[in-house]
Design a protein. Structure first.
Length: 707
């Protein structure tokens, strides 16, 4: 252990280096500001009515300069707590400083190496068994620009020079014990070897990262995204990256991590928002069981197709053509309908169906009418009988219209071939005024089956409207028409990361796959935390998605979140129902055992509120109260508002962590979900310091055999 004077000297030395880096960064900011000024000077004009052709080059240069300047300023002005966080001392006496951004001198000599660069790998991968020529690894902690502490790891003790000072004994433990706030912290300074291997894996194909609660799957996934953007910048900046999480609460929690790592070219969406590119809206509302299960099953694809193919009009139609009645029967119409729908999306197939009807009537009129008349098709389609029939038989449809048909349980049974129970549940839980997360996947499926509604051939393009914020040109409108004619337009991405993947339904996997048919993928999950009643069905959907493409798997085995006291209780609980669950190894202890309490049901809400208030006094960070959805409103009413307190259901708690957690009525949580024990396991593994469970009236069944 270094003496106080040695520590002070080392702190001063590192501070001096950080000061040099900060000074260089300020110089870079000044250069970027000059670039902004230069971009403005490239072109300016007071002309309001026209632009000369020779001005277009200047306009392009101005916009390009402005874009580059804005990107650079955003990078330099980002929140970079601990701009320099690491140092490596090598066997050959070389030293490297590692940080969030690469910083160079004016002569292009590296002052700081970007953590994503290959030269920074030893900071994360070097071990005493494989030191990679690293003698000492130092973690530098800072607050703003001030160095506050340093921690050293010695990887080659036999090679330490006589004048090398070694400070401290554990940066990782310090990082794990700090209080949790409202957003996730990055782990860039404390990435461990098994995490780093997954982060730096090749991008091609599918990278699957599994691990139990607290193993850092989410932050590993996000750091992997930052690494991919750094290493393959052109590919992923141009193609885009989509990060999908289980809930809006979760996305709010993680949104600060990527910007803090210097990346903003990523789109974050909860699974309920994935379809908003096609539908124009998303949802944060979750179905309760069994509606969530029924809506998520693969069988719903056939249910939806049968609903689309079904026509309320099932009769023949007779059209007077040149004074002769020509008839097409209901059976013939049904065959035409089925044939056209096997080749095209519903809304595009109507035109084909109309051509088939006209052709059939033309053949029927052989010898009775002038079938060579070039205006025959127009005569048929202009007749009152035909027009009134065709709009009833084949109306243009929107996804919501079709899904709303399931509100009639008879249609669900007769057309959708649902069981009476399924038809009844769906009829009660499908509400066009309040679409749920599960509904979004069904609506997205319908958007593909239906296709967009074609613009009328005689529609006038809108050039100007007082209500419009910008001009829509004829060229724009024609471009839109061509795109719509090809089918549904989904936003697509070069890489997709899916977190909490074990909870995706087969229908949600189909929805997400449409956003990345040619993408590379990173998939994070833990089967032991799955909310799905039959884990084999989503697993089949994922296998179908992967197909024969390249696949690599990483398993994270160390629990960095949960103290050993909490971890042991949760592990013992889940092994009763999931004996094959992957249980990680906890690496720290707090000395505080979980509190297993009992409260009267009559005053349970007040009891929970009082215990939450006590915990807020005991911990520096956040407190989470996890309960069945039916109790959330009452618990919120009984609790005093506090920004550090969050009351939520177990599904919304997925991926989150709190300093302290209260799990209310565990037996009810288990009873309300078909995955039962796995959902409670999620709640039990959220705390980083303290766990409290509160049974009502008597000790819960979930406790049996645990104590």
């Amino acid at each position: 252990m270094a003496s106080k004077s040695s520590l002070e000297r080392e702190l001063q030395s590192e501070q001096a280096y950080v000061d040099v880096v900060v000074s260089q960064l300020r110089s870079a900011e000044s250069s970027a500001q000059s670039l902004v000024a230069e971009s403005r000077a490239r072109y300016s004009s007071h002309r309001e009515s026209w632009v000369r052709e020779e001005d277009l080059t200047a306009l392009f240069e101005r916009d390009a300069f402005a874009y580059l300047a804005a990107r650079r300023m955003a990078s330099l002005h980002g929140e970079h707590e601990g701009l320099v966080f690491g140092r490596l001392d090598f066997l050959d006496q070389d030293k490297r400083y590692i940080g969030r951004l690469g910083v160079r001198t004016d002569d292009y000599e590296p002052l700081v190496i970007d953590w994503r660069a290959q030269a920074a790998e030893p900071f994360y991968r070097a071990t005493p068994n494989q030191p990679m020529d690293v003698v000492r690894r130092r973690v530098i902690s800072s607050r703003d620009d001030k160095v506050t502490s340093i921690e050293d790891d010695v990887l080659m003790p036999q090679a330490i020079p006589s004048d090398m000072v070694v400070i401290g004994d554990g940066a990782l433990m310090h990082a794990l014990q700090r209080a949790r706030g409202g957003q996730m912290h990055d782990i860039v300074a404390t990435i461990q070897a098994e995490q780093d291997e997954a982060i730096r894996a090749p991008y091609q194909g599918f990278t699957i990262i599994s691990g139990g609660p607290g193993t850092g799957k989410t932050v590993v996934g996000l750091h992997r995204i930052a690494f991919l953007l750094y290493t393959y910048r052109r590919r992923f900046s141009n193609g885009g990256i989509l990060v999908i999480g289980p809930s809006s609460i979760f996305m709010e929690y993680i949104k600060a991590v990527l910007p803090s790592l210097g990346e903003d070219a990523v789109e974050l969406k909860s699974v309920g928002q994935v379809g908003d590119d096609v539908l124009g809206f998303g949802s944060t509302a979750r179905d309760l069981e069994p509606a969530w299960t029924y809506k998520g099953e693969q069988a719903m694809t056939q249910v939806l197709r049968r609903l689309v193919e079904h026509s309320a009009v099932n009769r023949s139609v007779t059209v007077m053509v040149q004074g002769e009645p020509l008839t097409i029967t209901a059976d013939q119409l049904a065959r035409i309908r089925h044939s056209c729908l096997t080749q095209q999306a519903y809304n595009q197939a109507r035109a084909s169906a109309e051509k088939r009807i006209v052709e059939h009537l033309r053949e029927q009129g052989e010898g009775l009418i002038d079938t060579e008349d070039p205006e025959l098709a127009e005569q048929i389609q202009d007749s009152w009988a035909y027009r009134s029939f065709i709009d009833q038989w084949w109306p243009m449809l929107e996804p919501g219209e079709v899904l709303a048909r399931l509100r009639d349980p008879r249609l669900g049974r007769d057309v959708g071939q649902l069981s009476p129970e399924q038809a009844d549940v769906l009829s009660r839980t499908i509400d066009p005024q309040h679409w749920t997360i599960a509904d979004i996947a069904l609506l997205d499926e319908l958007a593909v089956i239906l296709g967009p509604v074609p613009l009328a051939a005689d529609a006038e393009p809108e050039v100007w409207s007082n209500s419009m914020k910008e001009i829509v040109s004829i060229s724009d409108r024609l471009t839109d028409t061509r795109e719509l004619a090809t089918g549904v337009i989904h936003s697509t991405y070069a890489h997709i990361l899916v977190d909490e993947a074990q909870d995706l339904t087969p229908m949600q996997w189909r929805m997400i796959h449409r956003r990345g048919p040619n993408a590379s993928w990173t998939i994070l999950g833990d089967p032991a935390q799955s909310s799905w009643h039959d884990r084999s069905e989503p697993a089949r959907a994922l296998r179908h998605l992967i197909g024969s493409r390249q696949q690599r798997t990483f398993h994270l085995s160390t629990n960095y979140r949960s103290p050993k006291e909490v971890h042991d209780l949760a592990a013992k609980y889940i092994r009763r129902t999931e004996p094959d669950a992957s249980i990680p190894q906890a690496v720290r202890a707090t000395g505080i055992q979980p509190e297993l309490l009992v409260a009267p049901s009559a005053t349970a809400d007040q009891f929970v509120a009082a215990r939450a208030a006590d915990l807020l006094q005991s911990v520096e960070g956040t407190v989470g109260v996890i309960a069945d959805p039916s109790r959330i409103a009452a618990l919120a009413s009984a609790s005093a508002p506090d920004p550090r307190l969050q009351i939520l259901d177990p599904w919304s708690a997925k991926g989150l962590e709190f300093d302290a957690v209260i799990v209310v009525d565990p037996d009810q949580i288990v009873a309300e979900s078909p995955s039962g024990a796995r959902v409670l396991y999620v709640g039990l593994t959220r705390p980083t310091q303290r766990l409290v469970t509160i049974d009502l009236d008597h000790e819960g069944q979930w406790r049996q055999g645990l104590i």
